[in-house]
Write a protein that binds this ligand. Structure first.
Ligand SMILES: NC(=O)c1ccc[n+]([C@@H]2O[C@H](COP(=O)([O-])OP(=O)(O)OC[C@H]3O[C@@H](n4cnc5c(N)ncnc54)[C@H](O)[C@@H]3O)[C@@H](O)[C@H]2O)c1
Length: 271
């Protein structure tokens, strides 16, 4: 990582939601690695404890904050806990999200729809609202939301999820406009296919074949862009979405069914 990026993140108070596992965990660990004071949020207390212990055992600074991002009272308690410990919040990564259960449109019901909207989309609002107020009072901050390729191109059996991700990209732009005058930058990350569920090797290869870079993503692949957006090197970037998807959204057809598949590409030794 570039030194100016690293330097601008030292001692920053960074709240990462849904950081008890997966992408959020990797982002929290990476911020701690560059000297951030990380607040590890998750609804799953065991996940929080494990991630905090991992960071502090490695010499980093972290505290846990168990809260459901869709519950305003629990979120306010988490913010109060963070402010009592650090007195400020410099960076918020709104990562918490429900990927499942996946249901076909005809299998779905209103309770399913509302729960996914509540956690994924309303959760972004509920955590950002008090946090942005604190950031405005302290002179600025950075909020990074978590979109998905589903915001642009749909997944089958993911109607509610994809709707939340489209909403998150629209929310990101709208927040960027309202919060820009308060020196708060708001952007989104857009992961492609990231293996956070421990796929077996055959599934990893299969999923990787449909990615232009030829492999499935890892949670660690998400961390560079998260740090960049929070750093001073991104000081003029707001309202934007960064795709971290190995090129997936750039392709019309997946590699396995394309007219000229990568297996027919010129061999390096023949160039
Ligand atoms: N993995 C991917 O391929 C992928 C692709 C696109 C987008 N994303 C997005 O990235 C984010 C993280 O995904 P992941 O793959 O790491 O998922 P994950 O399921 O591995 O981790 C999500 C974490 O969020 C927590 N969480 C769930 N509901 C919560 C709530 N109400 N309050 C607080 N924490 C809660 C879970 O306990 C879990 O620890 C999500 O927003 C997801 O939509 C992931």
């Amino acid at each position: 990582m570039h030194e100016t990026q690293r330097d601008s993140l030292i001692n920053k108070v960074v709240l990462v939601t849904g950081a008890g596992a997966g992408i959020g965990k990797a982002i929290a660990e990476r911020f701690a690695e560059v000297g951030g004071k990380v607040v590890v949020n998750d609804v799953n207390a065991d996940g929080v404890d494990a991630v905090v212990a991992g960071i502090t055992d490695g010499g980093g600074e972290a505290m846990g904050a168990v809260a459901d991002v869709s519950n305003a009272d629990e979120v306010q308690a988490m913010i109060d806990q963070t402010m009592a410990a650090h007195g400020r919040i410099d960076v918020l990564v709104n990562n918490a999200g429900l990927v499942s259960p996946m249901l076909h449109f005809f299998e779905a019901d209103e309770a399913w729809w509302r729960r996914i909207i509540d956690v994924n989309l309303t959760g972004h609002f509920i955590v950002s609202h008090p946090t942005a107020r604190i950031m405005a009072k302290q002179g600025g901050g950075v909020i990074t939301n978590m979109s998905s390729g589903g915001a642009t191109r749909a997944h089958r059996a993911f109607t509610a999820y994809d709707a939340t991700k489209g909403g998150i990209e629209a929310l990101t732009r709208a927040m960027a406009l309202d919060l820009g005058p308060y020196n708060i930058r708001v952007n989104a990350l857009m992961p492609g296919s990231i293996d956070t569920s421990g796929l077996d090797e055959d599934q990893r290869i299969l999923r990787g074949e449909n990615v232009p870079l030829g492999r499935i993503g890892e949670a660690a692949d998400m961390t560079g862009a998260a740090l960049f957006l929070a750093s001073d090197d991104a000081s003029y970037i707001t309202g934007d979405v960064i795709r971290i998807d190995g090129g997936m959204l750039s392709q019309q057809r997946s590699a396995t069914v394309d007219i000229k598949p990568p297996s027919d590409f010129p061999k390096v030794e023949d160039l």
